[in-house]
Design a protein around this ligand. Structure first.
Ligand SMILES: Cc1cc2nc3c(=O)[nH]c(=O)nc-3n(C[C@H](O)[C@H](O)[C@H](O)COP(=O)(O)OP(=O)(O)OC[C@H]3O[C@@H](n4cnc5c(N)ncnc54)[C@H](O)[C@@H]3O)c2cc1C
Length: 374
């Protein structure tokens, strides 16, 4: 039996951030992870996740901006670059409402953005040749986070501030019937005063009794190397997204230019996700990349599988367990959570340590679907 003031279950993007923020507050915190630290079996591995404040929803604009100083603080503490502010270029064919809605939100909130034509995009970023008559929007408060490094940096800082990490320990069940939760694991029983559960795609398993309406989908990302790297480097090229196809990509970083499809893939149980790469999807993404960067001369490098954990409204699940206020849950980040993860960790830490947070989290209540079903 082991004891901690606050126990964190699941050390991906969200759990590593929670452990880091708890430790910084001086809380005696312990984090448990089922796999080896640095694993690539959840949702937070790899070289890049988009950071952006370009949302069609003011709440997410506000939260993305609140996360920015926390990322910068983590960079300073860990003395490494984690966030590359390259800007985001989002584009669409004429008549696409979504890009107009997002620009409307930027305008209403007085956030900087530029509307560009395809010709103006090429003048600014010579590698990019968008379809003629495209509408494009460039937002400066955007870029990408080195996801794998962010997770490791948070865990390292958490340990530095006194947290304990037990990896390769699987939580099998949580007894919520007592005020102080008891956790049964592959390495025995853990007791704590309060518990944070941040299990990513495994949320429906560990929180089975809540019958959360979560879908776990298989998402794949592929890397392509250009013939010449210089025009595709961060700074020369922004992060880019196509509102019509939902395909998006990054500058040349890590093994190459990462390209992926934000459309939802097939549903799986998280431990049974098919990790065989879909080469038809690869070809589709390569064709798209070549269509917008025709001089790239791209060759395929590698691909990998990741999972989205999607709620019906694509809003997060973040708050106290409906039946035990000493258990705080962060889950269902619906394919767009990483940019917020250091802030999510701070919020989970606030809720676990203080029972409250200054951030606007009411919309993320866990019982909102119970209410909808009632
Ligand atoms: C291909 C892809 C691209 C994405 N792109 C973006 C993007 O550009 N921008 C963005 O903001 N977001 C993006 N996301 C979403 C973002 O990556 C996720 O929202 C975020 O990483 C989720 O983090 P998490 O901590 O909830 O889950 P995870 O990272 O999966 O962490 C959960 C952890 O809990 C552990 N765990 C689970 N159950 C147990 C148990 N029983 N016992 C012990 N440990 C357990 C798991 O092993 C895992 O390590 C993308 C996601 C994918 C898949």
């Amino acid at each position: 039996m082991r004891d901690a003031e606050i126990l964190v279950v699941g050390l991906g993007g969200m759990g590593s951030a929670a452990l880091y923020h708890l430790a910084r507050r001086g809380v005696a915190a312990l984090g448990i992870e089922q796999f080896q630290i640095g694993h690539a079996l959840g949702s937070s591995h790899g070289f890049s996740r988009i950071y952006r404040n370009f949302y069609d929803d003011a709440l997410y604009v506000e939260l993305a901006e609140a996360a920015l100083p926390l990322w910068q603080e983590l960079e300073a503490l860990s003395a490494q670059k984690l966030l590359h502010l390259t800007g985001l270029l989002y584009f669409a064919r004429p008549g696409n409402d979504n890009i107009e809605e997002r620009m409307g939100v930027m305008q209403a909130l007085k956030r900087p953005y530029e509307r560009l034509t395809a010709q103006e995009v090429t003048a600014r970023f010579p590698a990019l040749q968008l379809p003629a008559r495209s509408v494009a929007c460039l937002t400066p408060q955007a870029g990408f986070l080195d996801a794998g490094r962010c997770v490791l940096a948070q865990l390292k800082q958490a340990e530095r501030f006194g947290a304990t990490i037990h990896d390769q320990v699987r939580v099998d069940s949580v007894d919520l019937s007592r005020d102080a939760p008891v956790v049964e694991t592959s390495a025995g029983q853990y007791r704590c005063e309060r518990l944070i559960i941040s299990p990513g795609p495994w949320a429906s398993e560990i929180l089975e009794e809540l019958a959360l309406p979560l879908r776990v989908t298989r998402q794949q990302k592929f890397y392509f190397r250009p013939k010449q790297s210089a025009p595709y480097q961060p700074g020369e090229l922004p992060v880019y997204g196509d509102s019509d196809t939902k395909f998006y990509g990054f500058p040349d970083y890590g093994p190459g230019l990462k390209v992926a499809d934000d459309g939802l893939g097939a549903e799986y149980a998280p431990s049974e996700v098919d990790r065989t790469l879909d080469m038809c999807k690869r070809d589709e993404l390569q064709a798209w990349l070549e269509s917008i960067m025709p001089a790239g001369g791209f060759s395929y490098v590698e691909g990998s599988t990741c999972m989205y954990t999607v709620t019906p409204d694509r809003d997060f699940l973040m708050g106290p367990h409906p039946r035990n206020p000493n258990v705080i849950v962060g889950a269902g980040f619906s394919g767009h959570g990483f940019k917020f993860s250091t802030l999510v960790g701070k919020i989970l830490a606030d809720l676990a340590a203080d029972g409250t947070t200054d951030y606007p989290v009411e919309r993320f209540r866990l019982d909102r679907f119970e209410k909808a079903q009632a």
